[in-house]
Design a protein around this ligand. Structure first.
Ligand code: G3P
Length: 216
């Protein structure tokens, strides 16, 4: 299972990369806005920090505009994955990108049929938003299982990238469902390593070690 980090904060990205567990980065316009810095400057910096797929999102909503942005983003760095919203114009642009050899991450997916269309359009990744579904009383993780089943049924190569992750249970369920990738906020990445019994056990080992006589 691949782990991406869902942030545009370069300090968080560098620290996550230092763990040796990071496969890529996803950003979106809201995350870029939080940095209060120019979009392309941030993306270039992320590309220099992590050698893996870096999702950068378009803001056009028409085919020609998305195509233009996709070309510009792809020219920034070879690892750029163009993030495109799941609307008909976006699917059209996704097909065009696939023909040009430009990798895509189709985002804002909330239904299995939307995911089916993205795979048919040749998306590299599909991003179902599990947390935002949970927020409105739908089971986000059920969507992941449905997409994995549909893609398996037909052998689609589009990778299921679980997005809008809010807590470790989303990561556990994504792994159980066989999702290809999970993109996690920095906080959740750190939470995955935490267990109170690990902390208690380590404290006891270190305390007991104080009673071991030193070498002669
Ligand atoms: O990048 C897309 C997604 O992960 C956003 O998450 O928490 O804003 O729903 P969230």
């Amino acid at each position: 299972m691949k782990f991406f980090i869902d942030t545009a904060d370069i300090q968080e990205i560098r620290q996550a990369a230092s763990y040796g567990l990071l496969d890529g980065v996803t950003t979106n316009p809201s995350l870029i806005a939080q940095t209060k810095r120019p979009f392309k400057e941030v993306i270039r910096e992320i590309c220099a920090a992590v050698d893996g797929p870096i999702s950068a999102e378009v803001v056009s909503t028409d085919f020609e505009g998305i195509k233009r942005e996709a070309r510009e983003l792809r020219a920034l760095h070879q690892n750029i994955v163009v993030k495109i919203p799941l609307i008909m114009e976006g699917l059209k642009a996704t097909r065009w990108c696939a023909e040009q050899g430009i990798k895509t991450n189709v985002t804002l997916c909330f239904s299995p049929l939307q995911a089916l269309l993205a795979a048919k359009a040749g998306a590299t990744y599909i991003s179902p938003f599990v947390g935002r579904l949970d927020d409105v009383g739908h089971d986000g993780m059920e969507l992941i299982s449905q997409i994995v089943q549909i893609y398996d049924n037909y052998g689609y190569e589009t990778e299921v990238l679980v997005a809008s992750v809010r807590h470790p249970l989303h990561v556990l369920e994504a792994a159980r469902a066989g999702a290809d990738v999970v993109t996690v906020p920095f906080k959740v990445l750190n939470q995955l390593a935490q267990h109170p019994l690990t902390d208690l056990g380590l404290a006891k080992f270190l305390a007991d070690w104080q009673r071991v006589p030193s070498e002669a």
